[in-house]
Design a protein around this ligand. Structure first.
Ligand SMILES: Cc1ncc(COP(=O)(O)O)c(C=O)c1O
Length: 383
């Protein structure tokens, strides 16, 4: 079955009681059991352990990633935390790419060490150095590609190989490209994380997360962490996300086509110092991106030649682009990573990883691309 067919139909059957074409919102804490001996006979007991509306989304996401199973969470961060809780113990080591979402960095840096897990951040694009950071005590290797916010691209197949050579698991955050453009399991990854808040919902309406796995045992361990810690997605969020996912491919294609046009426009502008977009031949991993993904996505990073001061003026002045955190939705957003999404990464680490003070991040939405470029052009003239 093709991706578009699966994004509409996977996980969803007409409701057996009423025939409703959309999965009902099973807004219920508990599920009545037929008898003590038939406990969980219908598959559900208490919504912290599982809920039919949430389950429909999990089945859909597992089908789209071509994984074995999935679990859904209250946020992308809850999904990442469930993987750590489910799979790590004191004495383990984790290697994390030096550029990842700021919240992932913060949790690893400030919480994992409290539980006796040692964390190393390393540049996943320097495969020799990255391999050197992985030891026999390493349980998990965590990547994000393209990475938030610099759009650095990691060779996921190569990282899977060096990770498996040490007997560790490769976890990758596929939020930026989604399974429509990138299938990490085909590149050897073991666990795929999503902030469903972004492209999967696509409408700035919810906070949610998902973990997709390629193995039943991993599913069991991670689901056990979820029920134990209560990191669950609500039925209403699952229902909204189920509707959002149905148009994922169409949104991704349109938003990415606009992103290419915007990246090209910015790259040719005299006030722009550099543009980071994997779809531009000037991106260091342009060829790798073409090999490991079927699209470049709709996130663009750039810096103005006037640095941070000009960047701030642009973000304050530009019309149509909302100054806000989040990404992946139909509304175009403009973000300053250093004060917003990556404020929790220490300045020294940020600079080492190329997250400069002047970096501006765009999440290209679904508006007319001519209007988006005209708004940037008008603001650039004014600053
Ligand atoms: C790549 C990536 N992963 C994970 C997250 C965390 O997701 P959430 O905000 O849903 O917790 C984000 C949030 O911006 C993100 O950009």
């Amino acid at each position: 079955m093709g991706f578009r067919t699966k994004q509409v139909h996977a996980g969803v059957e007409p409701d057996p009681v009423t025939g409703a074409i959309l999965t009902p919102i099973h807004q219920s804490t508990t599920f009545v059991q037929d008898s003590v001996d038939e406990y969980m006979g219908k598959g559900y007991s208490y919504s912290r352990g599982g809920n039919p509306t949430v389950r429909a989304l999990e089945v859909k996401l597992a089908a789209l990633e071509e994984g074995v199973d999935a679990t859904a969470y209250s946020s992308g961060m809850a999904a990442t935390v469930a993987v750590f809780l489910g799979l790590l113990q004191a004495g383990d080591r984790v290697v994390i790419a030096d550029v990842v979402y700021g919240g992932t960095y913060r949790f690893a840096d400030q919480f994992l060490s409290k539980f006796g897990v040692e964390v190393t951040f390393a540049d996943a694009t320097d495969l020799g150095a990255f391999a050197g950071a992985i030891t026999d005590e390493t349980r998990l290797v965590f990547t994000e590609s393209p990475a938030n916010p610099t759009l650095k691209v990691t060779d996921l197949a190569a990282v899977s190989e060096i990770t498996h050579a040490r007997g560790a698991l490769h976890v990758t955050d596929n939020t930026f490209l989604t399974p429509y453009y990138q299938r990490p399991f085909e590149l050897g990854a073991d666990i795929v994380i999503h902030s469903t808040t972004k492209y999967l919902d696509g409408h700035n309406a919810t906070l949610g997360g998902a973990v997709v796995v390629n193995d039943e045992d991993l599913q069991e361990r991670i689901a056990f962490a979820r029920i134990s810690a209560g990191l669950v997605m609500s039925p209403m969020v699952a229902w909204l996300t189920l509707q959002g996912v149905k148009t994922l491919s169409e949104r991704m294609d349109r938003q990415s086509a606009s992103a290419i046009a915007i990246a090209e426009y910015l790259a040719g502008h005299e006030k722009v110092d550099y543009v980071s977009y994997p779809g531009l031949p000037s991106h260091p991993a342009h060829e790798l991106s073409k090999r490991q993904a079927s699209g470049f996505g709709a996130m663009v990073g750039f810096e103005l030649s006037g640095g941070i001061e000009s960047g701030k003026k642009l973000m304050d002045a530009v019309e149509l682009w909302s100054l806000a955190e989040n990404l992946g939705a139909v509304e175009s957003l403009i973000t300053h990573p250093v004060t917003m999404t990556h404020a929790s990464v220490p300045a020294e680490e940020r600079l080492k990883a190329g997250i400069t003070d002047g970096l501006v991040r765009l999440s290209v939405g679904l508006e007319d691309v001519d209007d988006l470029i005209a708004a940037l052009d008008e603001a650039l003239q004014r600053i």
